[in-house]
Ligand binder design. Structure first.
Ligand code: SF4
Ligand code: SF4
Length: 600
């Protein structure tokens, strides 16, 4: 049997934050987590977080997991790949997957921070392979580097649907559309803008009707809905997709809490059934606390704060240490984070447990766009969300988010030196640098860019507007690379378009493949010739052209023709390569076996 003072079930943002606080105060703590590594959902998050610096704003989720884990001290033990299977009157049972064994745990206090599971929706053929939850897509793509498909229909436009759509685009998939059953986008406007300007339509008042396919998803039928969310016959549309990604919300994972006799209440604003708890995260069972998504579906930042409160409260119970002022400080943080319009639902839900305080925030918007002709930021962040890295990153204090973090950012252009740091730090990618008349009859726009390959100076790109429509050809003038991987790509556009252009795409790559063994395209060969590789043997060595199993039988003639055309020579003026045996792939094993036979 394992004995501990404080058992934390779940090593996500809430559990880790609780363990840090308890460990700091000398509490013998054990974290049990199902995953291979600690971090929970943070491990899948490749986007930068909102909030403020104190809770890792502008840091990517998987980096936050590392930062939290690194703060655990010697008082905290960890058991990964382990699941709590039951909570009984006086004992807890666990199963360790690595050792394939069940064991018992005794703990004085327990924090259940197991998060939530995905909410699925019924539709015809939703059992087909290719229908995924958004969490599963993130796990495959961001943790295991497996792209689940190439053409995706996203169902749901909450923050998860928007973020996962963006990540799918980054990974090289095409997101055909996002369908949203309600009449408004569920997630942050800045997330939605990121998606729209890359050409992904968000279809409001639409839902999925059925998946098409025999053995796997080959398409999806969507349908428009009326104001009561009932399908409107005759409005069906079909998309050719191989993935249908469901991002229609989360449900608190209440199983362990229920087993431990924690009182549950059905509060739709918090995600469904949630455990009762007070404002120190204590349930009706005196030694059991809850935190994070189990206590109500919210953001990772509030999970971290709730985890800290629970860790502090348990430390007080076990050591008698005075933590009142720290708990109150964290409670004020929660009040501030939850005072914006996006948290209204959560506030209303929590009213069932205790009175919710709120704080005023400013709705004042930027009134001017700064001095024409000067390089300067334009902030397109028009919603009151809890976020302020634009303010805290600015080296000259030119950006102010009023006292409450939900207020809108305002720029004092007289203080701005045009460095672009705010644009690289903004988690919403909502800041663009612009300059009119950067060159004669050309304006400059800097786009925050998180895709590969990063374009190079002088490269031509296709400039897009807020809706992803093509606007003009643009030229890359400069690239400022950032360690946080939000690079700033400065492109010049025709005069007058600096307030229209908000994204770009690279020109379509030619898909004409010359060497099928090594997957080398016409474009790659032409580029290599432009770089100075004007001999066929050089091209082979540089690109591995013709070095696959066919030994150049298929591609040699085409490549030499391209080389001749591009360099203005005749075919017979181009030297062939050196021909060496074997002319077809032969296994080493066959060579050795043959030699042995011969020797016999
Ligand atoms: S461009 Fe630089 S100086 Fe200007 S507001 Fe942004 S961070 Fe501040
Ligand atoms: S502009 Fe400021 S407040 Fe808005 S998303 Fe960016 S960093 Fe956050």
């Amino acid at each position: 049997m394992v004995k501990t003072d404080f058992l934390i079930i779940g090593g996500g943002p809430a559990g880790l934050s609780a363990a840090i606080e308890a460990g700091k105060r000398g509490v013998k703590t054990l974290i049990i987590d199902e995953g291979v590594h600690l971090g929970g959902q943070l491990l899948k998050q490749t986007h930068k977080f909102f909030g403020h610096e104190g809770f890792y704003a502008s840091v990517r989720g998987f980096e936050i997991a590392k930062k939290l884990t690194s703060q655990l001290n010697e008082n905290v033990s960890i058991m990964e790949q382990t699941t709590i299977t039951g909570i009984y009157e006086d004992i807890i049972t666990a199963y360790n997957r690595l050792e394939d064994s069940v064991f018992e745990i005794k703990a004085d206090f327990i924090l259940i921070a197991v998060g939530a599971s995905e909410r699925f929706i019924p539709f015809e053929n939703n059992h087909l392979p290719g229908v995924y939850g958004a969490g599963a897509v993130q796990t495959l793509m961001n943790q295991f580097k497996v792209l689940p498909g190439k053409r995706v229909l996203m169902v749901g436009s909450g923050n998860i649907g928007l973020i996962v759509s963006y990540q799918l685009l980054q990974a090289g998939a095409k997101v055909k559309a996002i369908v949203e059953i309600s009449n408004r986008v569920g997630g942050y406007d800045v997330h939605a803008r990121k998606i729209k300007r890359l050409g992904v339509p968000i279809l409001l008042n639409h839902t999925i009707k059925k998946a098409i396919g025999e053995d796997r998803v080959e398409g999806a039928v969507i349908v428009q809905v009326d104001s009561n969310m009932n399908p409107l016959e005759g409005t069906e549309r079909e998309f050719a997709v191989d993935v249908i990604c469901i991002a229609t919300g989360l449900i608190p994972s209440i199983e362990l809490a229920a087993m431990a006799h924690v009182k549950l209440e059905y509060i739709p604003q918090l995600g469904g059934y949630v455990p009762y708890r007070d404002n120190e995260m204590r349930t009706n069972v005196k030694n059991i606390f809850v935190a994070g998504d189990l206590a109500g579906i919210e953001e990772a930042t509030t999970a971290m704060i709730e985890g800290k409160i629970a860790g502090l409260a348990v430390s007080r119970e076990l050591t008698g240490v005075d933590v009142q002022s720290e708990i109150e400080k964290m409670q004020r943080e929660l009040v501030e984070f939850r005072s914006g319009p996006f948290s209204e639902k959560v506030r209303n839900g929590l009213e069932r447990f205790f009175t919710q305080k709120t704080m005023n925030y400013s709705t004042k918007m930027q009134e001017n766009e700064g001095p024409i002709g000067k390089i300067r930021p334009i902030i397109e962040c028009f919603e009151n969300i809890p976020c302020n890295p634009c303010q805290t990153s600015c080296p000259t204090g030119a950006i102010t988010v009023a006292e409450n973090i939900n207020s809108l950012p305002i720029i004092d252009y007289s203080k701005c030196i045009g460095c672009g740091i705010c644009a690289m730090k903004c988690p919403g990618l909502a800041i663009f640098m612009i300059q009119e008349n950067y060159l004669p009859e050309r304006d400059l726009v800097a786009i925050p860019y998180e895709f590969l390959p990063i374009p190079e100076k002088g490269q031509k790109v296709v400039a897009l507007d807020q809706e992803g429509h093509e606007v003009c050809e643009a030229t890359v003038e400069k690239v400022t690379k950032s360690p946080n991987k939000t690079h700033l790509v400065y492109i010049s556009v025709p005069e007058g378009l600096s307030k229209t252009v908000r994204a770009f795409r690279l020109p379509e790559q030619s898909e004409s493949v010359v060497c099928r063994c090594e997957e080398i395209s016409v474009d790659q060969i032409e580029k290599a010739i432009e770089e100075g590789y004007t001999d066929y043997e050089e091209l082979r060595r540089y690109l591995r052209l013709g070095m696959g199993p066919c030994g150049g039988r298929t591609c040699r003639a085409i490549a030499i023709a391209i080389l001749a055309k591009k360099t203005g020579r005749k075919i017979d003026q181009i030297s062939l390569n050196t021909f060496r045996p074997p002319i077809m792939p032969v296994k080493f094993e066959a060579i050795v076996r043959g030699e042995m036979k011969h020797e016999k």
